[in-house]
Ligand binder design. Structure first.
Ligand SMILES: CC(C)(COP(=O)(O)OP(=O)(O)OC[C@H]1O[C@@H](n2cnc3c(N)ncnc32)[C@H](O)[C@@H]1OP(=O)(O)O)[C@@H](O)C(=O)NCCC(=O)NCCS
Length: 376
């Protein structure tokens, strides 16, 4: 018998429910880890910079009459973040806004195919979106009362997720089915490290450790702001910022696997001495996929992109990395990449998808810096 979805609502997980969500996802997201290691890794995530001060939350879809049950239907996680919005019709200056990243959407096998994840994701907008943009009076009455308000939420200007289930989230609108998260920007540029040769002509480059990357991202955030304010692109623009532990989340999540390598990498970025060209990255050593260096954030003067690629390939070889991956290169950089033996394709997994909580339609909105650093 199908469940009446109006009897369910979205609740912030209790600590016990949060642990239960992690137990459930061992097979999907804890590959190569014991249950204890998987639980430890997820618990330590709560101490990451990007999670502190209430920025990380787990959510469960549970019966209204028993919100704390461990038999909840499905779950997901959110990270509150800082972003920038430029609305040229109002001002040239960027506005600093609250926004969200959504992760770990999961329904246990026994509960699948019953509409639970879709309903949870429709409700999620009602805990994330700025209340003035999505007022409670617009909540569909057929779903019962809106989810209870949680301190520090209902303030998001936009949210995004990275779909491994195609366009499923497009159907999860806050009111109407087709008005959910919109997929945008899946271009992926790949180098096969063993067959790529880029002459090592680079000089005046500095390798960066964690601290060096953090400093660079602070500077980077200012350059991103300036790029967005000075862009000729028409219409609204938004971006996540890499600061507050957002970009460092990537290598940190993989730390447990990296520590098992004979020589764990210590270098997470490289910059030209004038800081006009740089990249930061994470290294994913998990088999069976080829060991991959994913560039999280890239800024490149086209004249120096070739050198930058040379430096990345140099580091990749040092750590036995087989693949280098970059997301959504500009046309100019993509053309240079092709001359350096890279291929670009449209990815079919980790599809970036965003939901804009203003009244403007997503087609009029540009996602700036839609790169790996904001993935969660
Ligand atoms: C994806 C998932 C959350 C869906 O949960 P659910 O509660 O069964 O979802 P719903 O019942 O609301 O909707 C089911 C729909 O999900 C979609 N879906 C499920 N898995 C999918 C996949 N791998 N690719 C594309 N669509 C998929 C289908 O459209 C399905 O429709 P169907 O029932 O007609 O086949 C669940 O299958 C799951 O936890 N999978 C493993 C973890 C995962 O991949 N999470 C998503 C990470 S982005």
């Amino acid at each position: 018998m199908s469940t009446d979805l109006s009897t369910l609502s979205l609740f912030r997980a209790t600590p016990e429910q949060a642990i239960e969500t992690r137990r459930r996802t061992l097979n999907e997201w804890g590959k190569g880890l014991t249950l204890e290691e998987h639980l430890d890794r997820d618990a330590s995530q709560e101490d990451y910079d990007c999670s502190r001060d209430g920025r990380f939350s787990s959510w469960v879809l549970a019966p209204r009459e028993d919100p704390q049950t461990l038999e909840f239907k499905c779950a997901c996680e959110t990270f509150k973040r800082t972003g920038l919005v430029v609305d040229p019709s109002k001002s040239k200056s960027a506005e600093v806004v609250t926004c969200y990243g959504v992760a770990s959407v999961f329904t246990p096998a026994a509960n699948r195919g019953k509409g639970f994840a879709r309903h949870m994701m429709r409700l999620l907008h009602w805990v994330l979106a700025d209340e003035s943009l999505l007022p409670p009076s617009e909540f569909p009455t057929v779903w019962g009362a809106p989810p209870p308000k949680v301190d520090g939420t209902r303030n998001g200007r936009f949210s995004a997720l990275w779909s491994d289930v195609g366009d499923f989230y497009g159907a999860c609108g806050p009111v109407h089915p087709g008005e959910g998260w919109v997929i945008r920007g899946t271009a992926t540029t790949i180098w096969d490290v063993d067959t790529s040769t880029v002459p090592a002509e680079a000089r005046d480059w500095t390798w960066l450790d964690y601290a060096g990357c953090s400093k660079l991202w602070e500077e980077d955030a200012e350059s991103m702001r300036s790029d967005m304010e000075n862009s000729a692109s028409p219409g609204l623009r938004f971006s996540y910022l890499p600061t507050h532990g957002v970009a460092s989340y990537q290598p940190r999540r993989l730390e447990m696997y990296l520590q098992r390598l004979p020589t764990p990498p210590q270098t997470w970025g490289v910059t030209s001495s004038d800081h006009t060209t740089y990249a930061t990255w994470a290294i994913d050593p998990r088999p069976p996929a080829p060991r991959t260096l994913v560039v999280t954030r890239l800024r490149a003067n086209p004249q120096r992109f070739r050198e930058l690629v040379g430096k990345i390939l140099e580091l990749a070889r040092k750590y036995d990395v087989k693949r280098v991956e970059m997301w959504n290169l500009s046309t100019e950089l993509d053309n240079i990449a092709r001359t350096l033996n890279a291929t670009t394709h449209m990815r079919e997994e980790h599809l970036p998808a965003f939901k804009w909580y203003g009244k403007e339609p997503e087609v009029q909105i540009s996602w700036f810096f839609n790169e790996r650093f904001c993935w969660c």
